[in-house]
Design a protein around this ligand. Structure first.
Ligand SMILES: [Zn+2]
Length: 237
């Protein structure tokens, strides 16, 4: 990235010296405007390029996006293809009518909950999906220290994660819905992102309700090896 941007800045700097002085003076107002436009374009391009490279080199393994307190998303990162779950066919309940996920995540999740229902396990209530940077900043500001992720560090900004619960007076981890997800989520491409006793790797305490879409192959490998997404990316990066 550094090389590319330096090359780009260098070529932008050379451009005005190509033409003879006389001609350059006569056309200077036009040239100044053109140079300003070119400068904005180069700076904009460099910024976009840097951001793109940053995401690919530091936050992805293959096409798997890693987000945690050390690998943050920019404030303007919005996943492509978000769908409102309320407007889609859903074999699960929704805590609100404004929960969004990427289409691929929604389709995998719908297949998963339909399969659970076919197994006689239903009553799942999805409580949270995509959360934008500003919303996460509000949550962070309102939360006790250590309970919420800082803006940019929340996996909910990816649109690939959701929280689920069911009507229970005990914890979600003691329900049949949780047991079903524990046994089958990977078959639909989901992992339990924050397992018990792995906070030293994930940075987040046990969250039996939080699931993350990574695709069937990665989810199956992560489940079988009983590892975190951090460890999986570390081992396969
Ligand atoms: Zn969550």
């Amino acid at each position: 990235m550094e090389n590319t941007s330096e090359k780009r800045r260098a070529s932008a700097g050379r451009a005005p010296e190509k033409k003879p002085g006389k001609r350059r003076r006569r056309r200077s107002p036009v040239r100044l405007v053109a140079m300003a436009v070119a400068l904005v374009a180069v700076l904009g391009g460099t910024f976009a390029l840097g951001w793109h490279f940053g995401v690919e080199s530091t936050r992805y393994h293959g096409d798997i996006l890693l987000v945690n307190s050390e690998h943050r998303l920019p404030a303007d990162y919005v996943p492509e293809g978000l769908v409102n779950l309320y407007e889609q066919r859903h074999s699960f309940r929704l805590a609100r009518s404004d929960i969004y996920l990427t289409r691929e995540t929604y389709e995998a999740m719908e297949a998963m909950f339909a399969a659970a229902e076919a197994d006689g396990v239903n009553g799942f209530i999805v409580t949270s999906g995509y959360r934008d940077y500003d919303r996460q900043a509000e949550i962070y500001a309102e939360s006790e220290p250590g309970l919420a992720q800082e803006p940019g560090a929340s996996e909910h900004q990816t649109g690939l994660s959701f929280d689920v619960t069911t009507e229970t007076s005990e914890g979600f981890e003691s329900t049949e819905q949780y047991a079903w997800l524990r046994a089958h989520a990977h078959e639909y491409g989901f992992i339990q992102r924050y397992p018990a006793n792995k906070a030293d790797e994930t940075g987040i305490d046990y969250e039996p309700w939080h699931y993350r879409y990574v695709g069937v192959e990665a989810a199956t490998r992560i489940r079988e090896a009983d590892i975190t997404l951090e460890a999986f990316i570390e081992q396969n990066g």
